[in-house]
Design a protein around this ligand. Structure first.
Ligand SMILES: *Cc1c(COP(=O)(O)O)cnc(C)c1O
Length: 422
């Protein structure tokens, strides 16, 4: 998807002028379109779509999705508080975390849904909140992710309770009178649709072992195509066999299960653009490389460095009158941090391998639009590395008007918690 489909060249120039660069820009229309698509996921006995808020936890985005009818998945106690602070009702928030917060009893009492993600967490919940309804996150024995770093199921993943330990789950629940009302599985980000469907069926069989379970949460992980070489997920195609499996389950057991899915990437990835400026162009001589240096990098866009992720790029000339047919150039696009690992155009899946990208010939001062920057970008940055301030975020409303939803960080804010050693 071309970044200018989300942010037109004219709007890019005016946002850059008003708010400076680098700046994240999101499209309300695109976010709402994705929310509608997720809410159309096929289901048999009811559906709740939770936004995995770790992908983009800015309050204005949470409120927009709240208004669109989504619920929320939090991956830490801090995320729960952040959602509540944004005005999200506790009953719309579900917590599945590697690190149970100390105040989990308070959250549960307020109506937040909590999934025990290990046997020790189940014990803690039993000790602190005996008699409560809780969910369990199970590791279904298989995982699938776009990279090893985002595969969170199978024998090499620490997430959830191993699927062969359901006896221990039932025993722990009995001891503490915990009512297991939900089963949760999430196998990875960028998962293969075929594996996702298989795991959905395997998860349904796990539900058979818990007669009190009324909800099955199948997690997120739906792939999107950021660049042309990637394939996105057709949620209707993925969901149709899952709906059929839920229907068969209901016929066989008399239990109509409620389905939950919790996409992060799918809802936001292609709804955001990171708007940056070309600040320098250098080369390493004949047979060398031509480098395009941006005023952004791993401080706003860590995914290439971390995963070898591919993001679409488009040059928008600073001068609106610049001609259209400027020859293309092969640029290696790099970030502004002082390390060679700050590479925007790495080879797919290979963070350290330089790869040139054919782009419109650029001049310092031109804008560079980095697409697919809605998920795990503003939310997951090498914040303040090289003391670059956290970039602002702008939401373009359905009326086409850009509004600031997070200010640029100041130097004062960057150092405000530092103290004299004495
Ligand atoms: C991260 C996460 C998700 C969302 O994953 P995406 O790949 O962004 O869709 C959903 N559920 C849980 C528990 C997660 O940790």
């Amino acid at each position: 998807m071309n970044p200018t489909q989300i942010l037109s060249p004219e709007l890019a120039r005016s946002v850059a002028l008003r708010h400076g660069t680098p700046v994240y820009v999101y499209s309300q229309a695109a976010l709402e379109r994705q929310a509608r698509a997720a809410l159309a996921f096929p289901h048999a006995g009811g559906l709740t779509v939770r936004f995995a808020m770790k992908a983009l936890p800015t309050a204005a985005v949470l409120r927009l999705f709240d208004g669109a009818g989504l619920h929320f998945d939090a991956s830490s106690g801090h995320e729960v508080w952040r959602a509540l602070r944004a005005g999200i009702a506790p009953a719309k928030v579900s917590l599945s975390t590697q690190e149970l917060p100390a105040e989990v009893a308070e959250l549960l009492a307020a109506g937040v849904r909590v999934n025990a993600c290990s046997l020790a967490q189940l014990e803690t919940l039993g000790r602190l909140c005996p008699g409560s309804p809780v969910g369990v996150r199970l590791n279904p024995g298989r995982g699938s992710g776009g990279t090893g770093k985002t595969n969170v199921g199978g024998p090499d993943a620490s997430f959830g309770i191993w699927h062969e330990y359901t006896d221990a789950v039932r025993e722990g629940a009995r001891r503490h009178r915990l009512e297991i009302v939900r089963v949760h599985t999430h196998i990875g980000s960028g998962s293969d649709p075929g594996v996702w469907q298989e795991v959905a069926r395997a998860s349904l069989s796990l539900v058979r072992e818990f007669p009190g379970v009324r909800t099955l949460n199948l997690g997120g992980g739906f792939k999107v195509a950021r660049v042309a070489e990637e394939t996105g997920t057709d949620l209707r195609a993925v969901g149709a066999p899952v709906r059929a499996a839920f229907e068969r389950f209901a016929e066989e057991t008399g239990r109509a299960l409620h389905l939950e899915i919790e996409p992060g990437t799918y809802l936001v990835a292609n709804c955001g653009v990171l708007l940056a400026r070309v600040q320098d162009i250098t080369d390493t001589g004949l047979g060398g490389r031509c480098f395009l240096k941006l005023d952004t990098g791993m401080t706003e866009l860590l995914r290439p460095t971390l995963y070898g992720a591919q993001h679409p790029l488009e040059i928008v000339p600073a001068d609106a009158g610049a001609g259209g047919d400027v020859p293309g150039c092969d640029y290696v696009v790099v970030g502004h941090c002082c390390e060679s690992g700050d590479l925007v155009t790495c080879a797919p899946g290979m963070p350290e391998v330089l790869s040139a990208r054919r782009l419109r010939q650029a001049q310092p001062g031109d804008l560079c639009l980095i697409g697919g920057a809605g998920a795990y970008c503003a939310a997951m940055s090498a914040k303040n590395y090289n003391s670059f301030p956290e970039a602002p975020e702008v939401l373009v409303g359905v009326d086409g008007v850009p509004r600031l939803i997070r200010r640029r960080q100041t130097l004062e804010q960057m150092v405000q918690n530092e103290l004299e050693a004495g």
